[in-house]
Design a protein around this ligand. Sequence first.
Ligand SMILES: NC(=O)c1ccc[n+]([C@@H]2O[C@H](COP(=O)([O-])OP(=O)(O)OC[C@H]3O[C@@H](n4cnc5c(N)ncnc54)[C@H](OP(=O)(O)O)[C@@H]3O)[C@@H](O)[C@H]2O)c1
Length: 275
Amino acid sequence: MTIPAVTLNNGVQMPQIGLGTWPLKDHDAAPVMVTAIEAGYRHIDTAFRYGNQRGVGQGVRDSGIAREELFITSKLDGEFQGENRAIAGLDACLQQLQMDYVDLLLIHWPLPQRNDYVSTWKTFETLVASGKVRSIGVSNFTPAHLDHLLAETTICPATNQIQLSPRITRPDQVAYGRAHGIVTVSWSPLGQGSDLLSDPTLQAIAQKYGKTTAQVVLRWNIELGLVPIPKSSNPVRLVQNLDIFDFALTSAEIAAITALDTGAEKRVDSDVDGH
Ligand SMILES: NC(=O)c1ccc[n+]([C@@H]2O[C@H](COP(=O)([O-])OP(=O)(O)OC[C@H]3O[C@@H](n4cnc5c(N)ncnc54)[C@H](OP(=O)(O)O)[C@@H]3O)[C@@H](O)[C@H]2O)c1
């Protein structure tokens, strides 16, 4: 199976669907990585905070795949934010993963009340030259956070990873990304396996194409140019979630799925939660 890639604003190619790894931990991540890589995943999303980077790295080694065939994202949270603190944070990630570099390093949360995401980003900019990270990006940033960042720094983030599903479509953040060349990555793209997946609109579209509702949601991400990172530890669902490249949604179906955003779903708001 060939997974299409999106080209980041620095020319690096990122597979357009990845594997989420939260809430896997070190003790259970490795076998899931092996199954996922065998199924065809080449893009893996982890974070220092998840406590699974040793397991993820072990699983990659167990799979026998060459490191350069994978796209690995990690993230640094508050403990490594502030001037120069990301240097030790990246080294800690690489030590846990037992890798020489990550493909993408993200600021996990803007933590606006701390007012240090700009200084953190300036340190991220220096990390690119170290060769230990190929691309840098952010997560859970609003357009206001990005405006502030772009005004104060040099490198435009390659990605913004945000909570995004048919019930939480975040049109402002997606439009901002398109306008500035920032790829939007969707976390919790399946609504964490909630009743989203039994929505009647999704069921009708799924029936038409002989797909599951989860596959329809993931395909909707692809049609919109988004990069979903669904998590699964189930071997059948791991395969299903990748099997989305043999059908296409009509523009009316894309619009109907986008219209499922009622504003009712629980949203994680970076200004409020900021964790
Ligand atoms: N940047 C951030 O702040 C942030 C925050 C949260 C998450 N993330 C990242 O985003 C990833 C994905 O988000 P998420 O794990 O919260 O939610 P998700 O991917 O939307 O949903 C995962 C849940 O859905 C189930 N599932 C997976 N495929 C399915 C399918 N085809 N049909 C039915 N159920 C299915 C999984 O169970 P099984 O495992 O049993 O299949 C799991 O319970 C995380 O793993 C993490 O890497 C990032």
